[in-house]
Design a binder for this molecule. Structure first.
Ligand code: 5AD
Ligand code: SF4
Length: 445
């Protein structure tokens, strides 16, 4: 060790816990980069941290409750280490603001998802300790360039944020704000930068990602399909995915891109929430079950092997047994690769909040039934992969010696015995076994 290293002040340590969706994962990376410029390095050990940042989720009541139980546990750590700063970021910060510091005085900073570029200044003690503005400036213009915080071959890239759809159950339009599309040049430069650092797969993120639009370098108005085509031209980028989409924003050009952009992976998460027209209307989804089914026909006509996934809410206020049966029917008709299903959780501020709730036991039984059906479909789809040869992008070593874990084209985790391989290798693998939530494959030599 050199003298300099011995006398240099130890870097401050930052521990980040991320709850919720992939955009929070992305935001946590950007916050880590911003704090990195302030001399903070990431630690995995909360007890060692000079700052603990909780990047929160407000989508369902349980998600928000987790924050308060974690903050309760952090109280004793702060007593032992009074200089440690505690920050709350993300959607609970946005929704609850000063209520958080009122309930939990040990919290030093509260920062919403649109103002986290101000986090470094807040941490220095400059400016307010609570910032839940929707500032006029674009946070991305005030954040450091993407850095390789982790050398991972797959990365997220936010292209759009916020939502104007106002589904009756959803807090996102309030916590993330109105729909904003990032400009084409910024997206392309961030994408090129990531690819130059070894990224081979990009997942484009947005609460309503397929509602993205912007003006291209040709001066024309671009839709999301056109953006994907431009990103696909980046040399060295092998795979493109995107999430999350609204059925009403699946434009013709985007559907066509699934047929003619080879880098666009055959996987689409397209939440439908319910199969009952009555409930879809009450949810303000602005489409029918039939329209969703016809849309999937068109997507499958463009890309026949596409694996469809979705989100469902059971027990939405007013949901009857017939409505639930209609949801099961829709699931049978589509055949999903996997899907997320949730029991309705009333969220303050949303239009459905005050509506009479379905009895908890009934909602539980419906959730159970739906999940059983979705589970059977998932197993059938995975079983169908056995014997097929698929592309797999290795992401990290597995637990067993010589094993690698990667994702297939269809986003299934695949375990492969590949002692010579490195993360970032994109290989051809023959699937030999389906396990509960993953596949096992053999390297084709
Ligand atoms: N209750 C239950 N599930 C919800 N979701 C969003 N809001 C609620 C709520 N209040 C689900 C939807 C959405 C997914 C991200 O979370 O299915 O698509
Ligand atoms: Fe929430 Fe999605 Fe509906 Fe927007 S479209 S309100 S994010 S469920």
């Amino acid at each position: 060790m050199t003298d300099q290293a011995q006398t240099a002040p130890a870097a401050k340590k930052l521990f980040i816990k991320t709850y919720g969706c992939q955009m929070n994962v992305y935001d946590s990376q950007r916050m880590a980069e911003a704090m990195g410029a302030e001399g903070y390095v990431l630690t995995e050990d909360q007890a060692q941290a000079d700052m603990v940042l909780l990047n929160t989720c407000h989508i369902r009541e349980k998600a928000a409750e987790k924050l308060y139980s974690d903050l309760g546990r952090l109280r004793s750590l702060k007593v032992a280490k009074p200089d440690m700063k505690i920050g709350v970021a993300g959607c609970v910060a946005q929704a609850e603001g000063a209520e958080i510091t009122r309930r939990m005085p040990q919290v030093d900073l509260v920062v919403g998802p649109q103002s986290y570029h101000r986090l470094p200044a807040m941490a220095r003690g400059e400016g307010p300790s609570i910032d839940t503005d929707f500032p006029a400036e674009d946070k991305f213009d005030h954040l450091p360039e993407r850095m390789a915080t982790r050398r991972a071959p797959a990365a997220f890239l936010t292209v759009q944020e916020g939502c104007d759809k106002f589904c009756a159950f959803c807090v996102v339009p309030y916590t993330r704000g109105a729909e904003v599309s990032r400009p084409v040049d910024r997206i392309l430069s961030e994408a090129r930068n990531l690819v130059a650092r070894g990224v081979r797969e990009l997942t484009l993120l947005g609460q309503n990602v397929n509602g993205w639009h912007g003006v291209g370098p040709d001066g024309r108005e671009w839709g999301f399909g056109r953006l994907i085509r431009a990103i696909a031209e980046i040399d060295g980028l092998d795979r493109i995915r995107y999430t999350t989409s609204h059925p009403n924003d699946m434009a013709d050009d985007l559907i066509a891109a699934h047929g003619d952009v080879p880098q666009l992976m055959p996987y689409l998460h397209l939440p439908v929430q319910s199969g009952s027209d009555r409930i879809l209307k009450a949810m303000n989804r602005k489409h029918t079950a039939e329209q969703y089914l016809r849309l999937i026909d068109r997507i499958r006509a463009a890309r026949p092997d596409i694996l469809m996934t979705s989100d469902f809410i059971v027990g939405f206020p007013g949901e009857t047994d017939q409505d639930h049966a209609a949801t099961l029917r829709l699931v049978e008709q589509v055949g999903f690769g996997t899907a997320f299903s949730f029991k309705y959780s009333p969220r303050p501020g949303t239009t459905a909040y005050d509506r009479p709730e379905v009895e908890a036991a009934v909602a539980d039984a419906r959730l159970h039934e739906l999940q059983a059906l979705l589970g059977r479909q998932q197993q059938a789809v995975q079983q169908d992969m056995v014997g097929r040869t698929l592309g797999v992008l290795f992401e990290k070593p597995g637990r067993e010696t010589g094993q690698m874990i990667g994702k297939s084209d269809y986003l299934h985790p695949v375990f492969v015995d590949a002692p010579q391989a490195q993360p970032g290798d994109l290989v051809q693998v023959r699937i030999v076994e389906s396990r509960s939530n993953s596949l096992r494959g053999e390297l084709l030599t």
